[in-house]
Write a protein that binds this ligand. Structure first.
Ligand code: ZN
Ligand code: ZN
Length: 138
């Protein structure tokens, strides 16, 4: 299956998601909201992982014990989340994929961190931070 090509705002970072994209899992935690510049970070995983086409401008910020965030060092776009150093399973910002991509929301995570001034209208499951951590086995 052909992948979906994504990029940052300026185009210095380009990648291809391989295989089928999964559902979007908006994360409402404070780190994701601060990093994404407003609403939640809205990542998707690809069945076959992610291949970088142009990555010289890609930089990583270690935001916690368990995660680091990939961004374009030229334009600042928030692009990827991964376990530290993980070469394989990167979560990709749904917003970096082509316009018109038909995303569906699989579930919301860290919903108890969501501030009261925005909400979503979908009826996907909503997991609290405690439920997310339990699922990770941490
Ligand atoms: Zn860029
Ligand atoms: Zn988060």
């Amino acid at each position: 299956m052909a992948g979906l090509r994504g990029r940052c705002l300026c185009g210095a970072v380009r990648f291809e998601g391989r295989g089928a994209p999964g559902g979007v899992t908006p994360c409402h935690c404070g780190q994701c909201r601060r990093w994404s510049g407003g609403g939640p970070f809205m990542p998707v995983h690809f069945a076959g992982g992610v291949a970088l086409a142009e990555g010289a401008a890609l930089a990583w910020y270690r935001s916690s014990e368990t995660g680091e965030r990939g961004f374009c060092s030229h334009c600042g776009s928030s692009l990827f989340w991964r376990r530290p150093g993980d070469p394989g399973d990167w979560a990709v910002s749904a917003a970096a994929l082509p316009e018109g991509t038909a995303h569906r929301i699989a579930r919301h995570v860290w919903v108890d961190d969501r501030p009261g001034w925005y909400d979503f209208t979908d009826d996907a499951p909503r997991l609290t931070a405690a439920e997310c951590l339990r699922e990770d086995g941490t």
